[in-house]
Design a protein around this ligand. Structure first.
Ligand code: SAM
Ligand code: SF4
Length: 401
């Protein structure tokens, strides 16, 4: 952990904020509750049974309000005025468990402490089974502008392996309800490469996604995360690990079908119908913007200082009650860490990595990835080719030497 000698404006142990970085400013809110735990997921989330009486959506909300107020106060001590909030992303966990009114209250708590920019993007993640037409209508009236639904697959047996509790058709029905309520921007998340998924299952999932009329799709290869129930099942030999060649073929199929339907890739795992449909909040992360992450375990980044909150909702609420930010750890990125991050994130974007951002000693690696057909020089930006997107991590490793 690196500490700087710059002025301390934070009162919690150790954390020293610098000024804002000058990029767009966003707020991420973490909702750490799920009805049940999906076997593949290692996000910081808890079921009611796991929490017992130690924390609840009510105690979480009170603590969240406290954290937002403290953060706003501490930002007011920085040299630059706190920028207007360009994007808000409520994620989880399962934010839709809070209901439409609960989520509107979350947005209200942000507004009590920060100023939203005109035309701000306000997204909430939602699980298909905890949504309804009224839920979406309440969100729209409350100021949300974008909905992201976890669909994962349209095949019942794949959803079963993933421990998803919704029926195959529910995600598409929910997306249509969101559109009918008036949401222009709706995303569906897909997971591909689940053990037992066939090419025909993937095609059925893509048919379903394309029938939903959404303007954004995220597709992630299934990651077997250490410590999850899925990892234990793979270790015991009950399920095969996802196969790299299958994953590559599935990615190509997803890309072909989405592109043919008018959804273009703008980041390796994300496709959008047009520029306005791209997730501005995530672009803020990828472009090195500033963001406050509020809620248990949330990560923040302001002007090259990164910090992360205590993870357990009960400990988080205890820390907020003490009056400071509920920080578990922090670091100031060194110049070389900032460089590595910039290369890692911008190389995955369709806009590409400005060649002028690369260190002189990366020139040989640039020539090699271009010669290998993994990237192209487009108007001074290094942009991954179709094949390069399949090997994005390896390209980044090569560029960073
Ligand atoms: C953490 S979830 C939160 C949203 C919501 N609870 C849901 O499940 O729809 C966000 C997305 O991350 C993706 N995800 C989570 N764990 C993953 C894993 N191990 N491998 C691939 N994708 C994963 C899923 O597509 C999921 O929709
Ligand atoms: S994938 Fe979503 S619903 Fe499933 S445990 Fe993770 S956060 Fe909860």
């Amino acid at each position: 952990m690196t500490k700087t000698a710059e002025s301390a404006v934070a009162d919690q142990p150790g954390l020293v904020l610098r000024d804002f970085g000058g990029g767009p400013f966003g707020i991420y809110i973490h909702v750490p509750f799920c009805a049940t735990r999906c076997g593949y997921c290692d996000f910081n989330t808890y079921t009611a049974g796991e929490l017992g009486t130690s924390a609840s959506p009510q105690s979480w909300f009170e603590a969240l309000r406290g954290e937002l107020a403290t953060a706003a106060e501490q930002f007011a001590g920085l040299a630059s005025a706190t920028p207007e909030v360009e994007t808000i992303f409520v994620g989880g966990g399962t934010p839709s468990l809070l209901g439409g009114d609960g989520l509107a209250n979350v947005l209200g708590a942000v507004r009590e402490n920060f100023t939203l920019a005109a035309g701000a993007e306000v997204t909430t993640e939602s699980n298909p089974e905890s949504t309804s037409p009224e839920f979406f209508e309440t969100l729209l009236a409350g100021g949300f502008t974008r909905i992201s639904l976890g669909m994962q697959s349209a095949a019942a047996h794949v959803l079963k392996v993933l421990d998803r509790t919704h029926t195959p058709g529910r995600a598409v029905a929910a997306a249509k309800e969101a559109r009918a309520a008036g949401f222009e921007h709706v995303n569906l998340d897909l997971i591909y490469g689940t053990p037992g998924e066939t090419d025909a299952d993937l095609d059925a999932s893509l048919d379903a996604v394309l029938s939903a009329g959404v303007d954004h799709v995220s597709a992630y290869s299934l990651i077997v995360e250490d410590g999850t129930a899925l990892a234990r099942r793979v270790r015991r030999g009950e399920l095969p690990a996802p196969d790299d060649d299958v994953l590559a073929a599935r990615y190509e199929r997803i890309d072909q079908r989405l592109e043919a339907a008018g959804l273009g890739w703008y980041e390796v795992s994300n496709w959008a119908a047009n520029d306005a449909a791209r997730c501005r909040h995530n672009l803020g992360y990828w472009d090195g913007g500033d963001w406050l992450g509020a809620g248990p375990g949330a990560h923040s980044h302001v002007g090259g200082v990164r910090w992360w909150n205590v993870k357990h909702p009960a400990r988080y609420a205890d820390r907020v009650a003490l009056g400071g930010l509920p920080v578990a750890g922090w670091e100031t990125l060194t110049e070389s860490e900032r460089y590595m991050e910039r290369v890692m994130l911008t190389a995955r974007l369709r806009t590409g990595l400005p060649l002028t951002d690369l260190a002189p000693d990366a020139k040989l690696a640039v020539d090699a990835v271009i010669a290998d057909g993994l990237a192209e020089n487009r108007h001074g930006n290094l942009v991954l080719t179709d094949r390069g997107r399949l090997l994005a991590d390896a390209v980044v490793r090569d560029l960073l030497g």
